[in-house]
Ligand binder design. Structure first.
Ligand code: IMP
Length: 427
């Protein structure tokens, strides 16, 4: 049995990682989120209630577990305080939450800058979530970022904000935006720091101690491999690396401490925002999938673009993340279709290729090559085993395993915790 499990998205985000994290959290001692910020959104459904979280790991609803926001994250403290209020209403009065003092803070100017960055892209916006993610990571790399630990010391915070505003205010004014006052921001963010103080810690050190005594750790990915700043569809990506490879760095744990990696894939594909999406289609079938799968962004409410399952992308994610297993989500959404398609290759310039091109221009020029399989009519949302599935659905799952050479450890047939069918115990 493994001691740590990484959950990663294999597609463009929104694969249902939140539900899977919530599921495995039952067996974990500690649940860690290591990158991204409130651009992510997780919907968890249990006992008839639905909770949408953007920052706090999905393990928070399991009693007695420690939930960590690690150093690689960018945190909007106001969103975090609101989420703490939400989970309090759900009966979690005193959550075991650790927030890394090294995590970077999303400041108000980062949110304005996010909009500006989109404006200067000459009509080619990324379609960001406008949460300030990119500008916050930009300041981190530029070494003018504010870290969660800075919120606890008013003098230090004021100095750092003043330094950052030396740059940001000039840019904002040049674009006709209002400049920010260092003293007002200091007051506001120091107050956030006071509310969050009990949770702000050196999480990497504490995590190491927990791992040394054999506690089980679940790492919850946000976004998906195709949105990775290194291996995604650059520049139509997020500003962090949502891969298993990034977890040790972004959580401050040793690379050797990762035992196993589970890749989450939808039974089809979706994408929000701009960027290449080879298997995208937009007809009545796509609309049916969008409605049935509630394919609207948790964070921005934007309708998601719909596509068939793409195993070229799955195999790319397998290689980058070192996937050991797959989990297939939203399988129930495909019920009632005459046929289902799987992309196995791309055609590019008269050649057939089986990899994701590094150049976005080449990727746009790729045509998907499909296999078409018969669909199934049966409602599978109450299936509790593989044997319960209609034959054509079994064939579809088997074909995914063959094309990726990965075992499906579990699949999901509905949003509720209970609508999860385990095929192999991996944690
Ligand atoms: P940003 O992360 O807000 O900078 O947005 C960059 C791109 O990543 C945009 O296309 C977003 O729609 C996409 N994105 C960011 N977070 C998520 C997510 O959690 N799910 C799906 N797409 C996301």
């Amino acid at each position: 049995m493994n001691e740590s499990l990484v959950i990663v998205g294999t597609q463009f985000g929104d694969e249902g990682k939140g539900k899977m994290t919530d599921f495995y959290a039952a067996d974990a001692d500690v649940i860690v989120r290591s990158q991204g910020g409130d651009n992510a959104g997780h919907t968890i459904v249990f006992d008839g209630d639905k909770y949408a979280l953007h920052l706090i790991p999905s393990g928070i609803f399991r009693k007695g577990k420690i939930n960590v926001l690690a150093n690689g994250m960018v945190i909007n403290p106001k969103t975090l305080i609101d989420e703490l209020g939400l989970i309090k209403k759900a009966g979690i009065e005193d959550p075991s939450l650790w927030i890394s003092d090294r995590a970077h803070v999303i400041m108000l100017y980062h949110i304005v800058m996010d909009g500006l960055s989109e404006r200067i892209r000459s009509g080619k916006p990324i379609g960001t979530t406008k949460k300030g993610i990119g500008p916050t990571y930009r300041d981190k790399v530029d070494r003018i970022g504010i870290r969660m630990g800075d919120l606890l010391d008013k003098g230090r915070l004021n100095d750092k904000i003043s330094m950052a505003l030396n740059y940001h205010n000039r840019v904002l004014e040049a674009f006709g935006e209002e400049p920010f006052s260092a003293s007002e921001l200091t007051e506001r963010f120091f107050a956030y720091g006071q509310t969050l103080k009990p949770y702000i810690k050196d999480t990497a050190k504490l995590l190491d101690e927990r791992m040394k005594i054999g506690e089980k750790v679940l790492f919850e990915g946000a976004q998906g491999t195709m949105l990775c700043i290194e291996h995604g569809t650059y520049p139509y990506v997020t500003s962090s690396s949502p891969t298993a490879a990034s977890v040790p760095l972004a959580a401050g744990v040793s690379p050797q401490s990762i035992s196993s990696v589970l890749g989450i894939t939808k039974a089809y594909s979706t994408r929000v925002g701009e960027g290449v999406f080879p298997t995208e289609f937009d007809d009545d079938v796509a609309r049916k999938i969008r409605e049935k799968g509630h394919e609207y962004g948790t964070t921005t409410k934007r309708p998601r673009r719909i596509g068939w399952l793409d195993t070229v992308i799955l195999n790319h994610a397998k290689r980058i993340n070192g996937l050991n297993y797959l989990a297939v989500t939203l399988l129930d959404v495909l019920s009632g279709l005459d046929e289902v398609r799987i992309c196995t290759h791309y055609r590019h310039g008269g050649r057939t290729i089986d990899y994701v091109p590094s150049s976005i221009e080449r990727f746009y020029a790729c045509e998907p090559v499909y296999e078409t399989w018969p669909g199934w009519d049966e409602d599978i949302s109450s299936c509790t085993s593989y044997e319960d599935l209609p034959d054509n659905c079994k064939i579809y799952l088997n074909r995914i395993e063959q094309l990726t050479d990965l075992k499906i450890a579990l699949f999901s047939v509905g949003a509720d915790r209970k609508q999860t069918v385990v095929l192999k115990n991996i944690f």
